[in-house]
Structures are given as structure tokens and as C-alpha cells.
Design a binder for this molecule. Sequence first.
Ligand SMILES: O=C(O)c1ccc[n+]([C@@H]2O[C@H](COP(=O)([O-])O)[C@@H](O)[C@H]2O)c1
Ligand SMILES: Cc1cc2nc[nH]c2cc1C
Length: 341
Amino acid sequence: MSDPQPQASLQEIRDLLKVFPGPDEASIQAAREREGQLTKPPGALGRLEEVAEWLAAWQGKAPPRVDRPRVAVFAANHGVATAKPVSAFPVDVTQQMVANFQHGGAAVNQLCLVHDAELRVYEMALEHPTKDFTEGPAMTDSECATALAYGMMAVEEGVNVICLGEMGIGNTTAAAAVCHALYGGEAADWVGPGTGVEGDALSAKVAAVQQAVETNKAAMTDPFEVLRCVGGYELAAIVGAVIAARVGRVPVILDGYTCTAAAAILEAMLPGALDHCVVGHLSAEPAHAALLGKLGKEPLLNLNMRLGEGSGAAVALGLVKSAAACHAGMATFAEAGVSGA
Ligand SMILES: O=C(O)c1ccc[n+]([C@@H]2O[C@H](COP(=O)([O-])O)[C@@H](O)[C@H]2O)c1
Ligand SMILES: Cc1cc2nc[nH]c2cc1C
């Protein structure tokens, strides 16, 4: 969040949920008709056919296109990670990994090259972490609104699929606190190793999540307040990007646990608010499966990945591109002179 700060009030952003478009029925119909004529037994491309239809529904375009995919990675720091031993890595790693992204050295750089996707890294005031949310709200209203608006900027004209990811030491603690606040249960149900914490540090992480939710209980009157109190800048930016993508008719591929926890804020605000999103992969972070159960989402892949930085979404982009290519490029039975069943 260096340079010009996008300005919007939390209320203006909340109001956008009232103008969320639905799926485009004409495009769904056209996609179904075309799918039925392509040179394959009906349904033989399985889930790729569903993905093609989902793309058409949310782009409002038949056939849909995935020729300008973007991977947006939001990076931020967390006060809780400075105050408590909740991560296996020091907080400086957030900034160091941003430099690594900029030099092309991270996993997500290679995945973007493979899939011909544009990588954008959004650095969010790394020198100013959020407040330690075990002691009070992570963000003020204006900080949260700024971070949401910042995320919205990632959805630019011409981008036709967006993969969302994050980088932030400590952010699986924030993700767990968001899930615990939204869905209840025990703090431990939502906490896992993240970058690899175990033993006493894992216990400290569970305690931090429990304390965060207890301390902020009175303030967390709705899901946006959950985001403000126990989220983080990159989680808020992901929420903003998901909102802007819905309004701009850009299908979204979510990444792992942290990214999905951020998006869950919106589904809790408005059921169906994530219908334009697929979850790219099931993270090895144990609570991701439970979170996907709450959201009713089936991940596209399950590769035992737990990296973050949009990597799982970027791998899944390959499947989404495959789905779009088959749907748009295959011949029909009539065109190819192939006999039907
Ligand atoms: O999103 C996931 O599934 C995920 C699981 C484990 C680790 N991460 C990444 O690791 C960082 C957070 O881990 P931690 O242990 O510092 O909370 C952050 O940069 C995430 O991108 C992400
Ligand atoms: C090295 C490293 C790379 C990452 N990429 C996303 N989160 C990360 C966390 C760490 C620690």
C-alpha cells in the first residue's frame, strides 16, 4: 500500500454486495448446447465440462476465454507474528519472499511462466504490520477499507481469470482466527502447522487464536468486522479482489487455507457470494478440508501442497485453461464428420 492509496469507505464496499450479478443464463445455455455437440461421449470430459460452463456463466460469454489470466499475490505482515511464536519462520521472510517474487525465484514465478499467466505482487505496507489481534482489533475501519480497496485494484479490464494468493508470515494464525470466529468449534479445530510449527509453538498458536476471538468477541458483530478484528491486510485485499471480480465478471481461482478463509468472509455475508470462485486445490493445512465443507466447495486438485503465494491456484489454472481450450477449440460431430451414438 505504498504510493496512491485507494479510497473507499467500508460502507461503500459493503454496498457492492447488493449489486452482485448472478450467473449469465444465456451463456450457460449456449455452453451446454455446444458441449453436447463436441466430439466426445456426453460428459466424458468430466469436471472439465463443469469448469467450462462455470467460466461461461460468470464471464457472461460463450465460449468463455482464458487468454489473459492473472495471478495476484498480496503480501502483508501480522502483529501477532511479531508478538508470539506462531510461525516457523521470522517475519522478515515476508519482505524477503516479495523480493524473491520480484526476481523470479519463487515457485509461483515458475508456475506463471508454465501457464502463461501474468504475475502481480501487491506489497501492503510491510513495514507496518497489523496490530496484534490477541490484544484488540488488527485493523481500524480505515485500514481495513484501504486494504479491501487495494485488493479491488487487482481486477483490471481485460483480465479474464484471476488466481488469488497471499504471502504473510503468521497469516495461517489469522486464517484460523477468522474460521473460529465465523464457524465456532474449538480454536484447535482451525489451527495447523502452517509453515511447520509443532510442539509448544503449535500450542501458542492455538492459544493466540482462542485469545484473538475472545478479546474481539464484542466487536465482531458481522463477518466484515471479523475480517477487521482478526484478519490481516492481505486477507482483506483478497476479499476486495473477490468482490471486484464478481462485479467485473471475472471468474476466480482461490488458493489454499489462508486465501479460502479470507473469501469465506464474503460467503458468510451473503450466501452464494463465492459462486464465481473455484478452489484450486486442497491444502495440506488440515483445517482447509473442514473450511471447504462449510463452503460446499470441492477443490480442483489435491497435491498435498501447503505453500501459499497463489501456487495451488496457479497449478489449477492449467486445468481451467484446459477446460476452456477443449470447450472452445474442439470440433463438433458435424464439423468432423464423426458419427454420433
Ligand atoms: O494457504 C495455505 O494453505 C498455506 C499453508 C501453509 C503455509 N502457507 C504460507 O505460509 C505463510 C503462513 O504460514 P505461517 O506458519 O507463517 O502462518 C504464508 O506466507 C502462506 O502463504 C499457506
Ligand atoms: C520460504 C517461504 C515461502 C513462502 N511462500 C508463501 N509463503 C511462504 C512462507 C515461507 C516461509
